[in-house]
Design a protein around this ligand. Structure first.
Ligand code: 13P
Ligand code: SF4
Length: 361
């Protein structure tokens, strides 16, 4: 195709350095930590609020979410939980698109995010003003976007999906004879293409965390640990996925760690997942997949800089001041709701495997 938007030029995203983000936080004395936790618990009760956290945020927030009747999960279950829970306020510990998804689905609820500046490289690399003309240039395609996108991008989509159900949805669309325009993660997109054989046009975005995993170093690590299974998130490059025993969403990887007979796991995803994975697979050795070869440097080092911006102090501040409320243009929200609701409906229709299965590369 000769259209000027046939190959989109994506913005250059300079992610913050995770180590610098973490170093900004002043260490907490034990007394202060407990005092903040108690205060947060009280405010959650008083404000009829529930905490919806992703596996990649600090374990303090994950523990608090579980202790207070909230949830720690992958992005699909975060959306599902927030939608089904009766609380009138949702506090999202994660990144911006997760807060926006919660607001798209729950306009009547107050949605607050712990860290307002927590972005996602996939979302930033797919701005609506470049994405919409790209879709317009492919009128023959069904537009499927990953949930890691803005409300404006979701508003242009036919479907929203997460990694937990992307393969199943692509299979379903292929059966209907549809051609898919997929955005924004090129690695997840080409993985789906390989597994399903669907006809797909890909937006060229990537996750700064998963793209940093190194295949050669992983192969060397596998040789050192022949007893280990390799678990990889599908945002990782193809060369990593080729070495994986299980490819799946964060929930699916945790389930695989629990179910596989292997005594150790090499894990190619954000290391925030280790908190829940250790609980799911006690006694198993969990090893971080390598992010750089000898002498190289990395900025994200297997931990998302934006997820790292979520902390206890930020959560307390948000509850105290009612800060960081997610507000969306109502017209955009209503348009985005169509594709986002379809995600929940589709996941319900395949529920026996969604969130529990895992696909093998
Ligand atoms: P999951 O839906 O698998 O939790 O993935 C979200 C994400 O941002 C991974 O980087
Ligand atoms: Fe986005 Fe990657 Fe961070 Fe997930 S880990 S929120 S995909 S930048």
């Amino acid at each position: 195709m000769n259209s000027p938007v046939a190959v989109p030029v994506i913005p250059v995203v300079k992610a913050p350095d995770t180590a610098e983000v973490l170093a900004r936080a002043t260490p907490m004395a034990a007394g202060e930590r407990q005092e903040i936790i108690d205060r947060i618990k009280r405010m959650l009760r008083e404000q009829d609020a529930v905490l919806v956290a992703h596996y990649y945020v600090h374990e303090d927030l994950q523990i608090l979410a579980e202790e207070t009747g909230g949830v720690v999960s992958d992005s699909l279950d975060m959306a599902r939980f927030g939608h089904e829970h009766p609380a009138t306020t949702l506090i999202v510990a994660g990144v911006r698109f997760m807060g926006e998804t919660a607001k798209i689905l729950n306009p009547e609820k107050r949605v607050l995010t712990v860290a307002l500046e927590a972005e996602c490289s996939l979302d930033l690399e797919c701005p609506a003003d470049r994405f919409v003309p790209f879709c317009d240039a492919h009128p023959d395609c069904t537009v499927v976007v990953y949930s890691n996108t803005s409300a404006e991008v979701k508003a242009r989509a036919d479907w929203v999906v997460t990694s937990g159900i992307a393969v199943q949805l692509a299979r379903h669309l292929k059966e209907q004879g549809e051609r898919i325009l997929w955005a924004p993660d090129r690695h997840l997109g080409s993985y789906i293409q390989r597994v399903t054989g669907a006809d797909m046009v890909l937006w060229p975005g990537a996750c700064v965390v998963h793209e940093a995993f190194k295949a050669q170093a992983l192969a060397a690590l596998k040789e050192k640990h022949p007893e280990a299974a390799v678990l990889a998130h599908p945002e990782s490059p193809a060369a990593i996925l080729e070495l994986a025993d299980v490819v799946g969403s964060t929930t699916q990887l945790i389930n695989a760690a629990r179910q596989l007979p292997h005594p150790s796991m090499i894990v190619a995803t954000d290391n925030g997942i280790f908190h829940k994975m250790k609980q799911a697979a006690p006694g198993k050795l969990l090893i971080e997949a390598p992010t750089a070869g000898a002498g190289a440097t990395c900025r994200s080092c297997a931990h998302c800089p934006w997820m790292a911006m979520n902390d206890l102090r930020g959560l307390a501040r948000v509850l105290e001041r009612g800060e960081n409320e997610v507000r969306l243009d109502e017209e955009v929200r209503v348009r985005a709701l169509r594709a986002t609701s379809r995600m929940l409906e589709f996941s319900r229709s395949i529920r026996p495997s969604a969130g529990t299965g895992s696909s093998t590369a």
